[in-house]
Design a binder for this molecule. Sequence first.
Ligand code: BES
Ligand code: MN
Ligand code: ZN
Length: 513
Amino acid sequence: MKNIIDVELKTRKVDFSQCKTDLLAVGLFSDAKVPDKLNREMDSKLDGAIGQLLKLGDFKGKEGTNAIVYGNDKIGARRVLLVGLGKKKKATLDTVRKAASNAAKKSVEMKVETISLALHRAFGGRFDLSAMGRAAAEGTYLGSYRYDEFVTESENGRLDCLKVEIIDSDSAKTRKLSKGLSSGLAIGKAQSYARTLANRPANVINPAKLAAAAKELARGLKRLGCTVFDEKELAAKGMGGVLAVGSGSQNKPRFIVLKYNPASRAASRQPTVALVGKAITFDSGGISIKPAEKMNEMKLDKTGGITVLATMKAVAELGLPVNVYGIIPSAENLPSGTSYRPGDIITTFSGKTVEVQNTDAEGRMILCDALSYAVRQNCGIIIDIATLTGSCRVALGKYMAGLMGNDERLIKQLQRAAKDSGEKVWPMPSGDEYAEEMKSKIADLKNTGSKWGGACTAAAFLRQFVGDAKWAHLDIAGTEMFDRGTEFAVAGSSGFGVRLLTTYLMNLAGKKT
Ligand code: BES
Ligand code: MN
Ligand code: ZN
């Protein structure tokens, strides 16, 4: 198995036209009347080659496009990559992130080893430089990422490592850029780690393997601890939900608990935050089996749990002053003679009983035990993340995650984090009407509601296991994967949620970049 492509990141103080590099990436807005100073300067050194390109209309600055101009020894760079930034008015920090991923993706395609980014230049003073450094760093991970560890025969091979430098001629500016670069690096690396784990199929990753990965991660990081409960411990604890879902598979369930203990004393003023993630390593639906078409995509049903694992990695690497639990219930949902069945009544960790109506509504069955566990650890804030319902995908499509919760402030903070991170969320209800649908006649709850509003009834089910904690729920069925490659990323796991949750915790800790 080969390694996933690596990224090296640094800043450098250098004059743009002198900068010796394989590729220099600069940004251009689609509605800029005159090219900015940098591009004018470059254009004149290149005898008007950029101007020609624009005049002929071969490049219009649309977001998601790019064009190459060759340096011909007239400037330090071998190639100049013009990256489209779209309309100037619409630009956000995500424009910087996407421009960097566009440049990085193109560079990996062309096997260009060293690239220099001057993308921030086009934005003038519009955004904080360290925030732009962070966004650019995150973008290079996003765009350079490939999942090819099992590809043994590739025609032209690919780079082992993309070397990226963010350049500016002013050392005060490179200092600011580099401040954001180090957090962008931690977040970008964590997101790529999440994408690789999520992309691995169910014959490679099962609950025990995921638990081993969590242990290994914790071993390598100071202040991060990891405890794993196996099926015997789950039985001793009475985690009936996790056990029921895992009962059909030879690959037994695991309950993974990560704890990050910050060095800073300031952390004790904050409530402990629990991140809870659904990790179904494969969801066949169980006895209520799914149709064959696209069932393979259900290897990604562990994404929420992996997002939590990767976020813990980023949090520990950034050394954030917040107490954080990462709680990951993991099982494989398969049909067999030992599976749980429709009609079964399960006693969950909370003591509440659940009538199973559909074994394919398994996410909530494992999450309810994990939420109760977070409550017992006295976590004042609980955020769960899960590929929970097809109905959320129907409602919101592939661009935003559903956001439910019981606390306005927490919801606002997550919306803020979504804006900052470029991982979008949309608020949805989960109140009493929906909870009413989840009542059973022969148990406390049932695991499905009516035909309508499935994302909301699922959230209303979860809500009943969080006690008095402030709680938010992210339904990422839809955002967990890119179903086709774009200019910004290849198809497969998106690693959605790593940037969002890390940003939420950074904001909570008062760490801007
Ligand atoms: N993992 C699925 C949800 C899902 C569907 C994620 C499509 C990504 C893409 C979940 O376990 C599931 O099967 N949910 C059921 C619930 C239903 C039986 C109440 C669903 O959404 O159909
Ligand atoms: Mn399911
Ligand atoms: Zn599922």
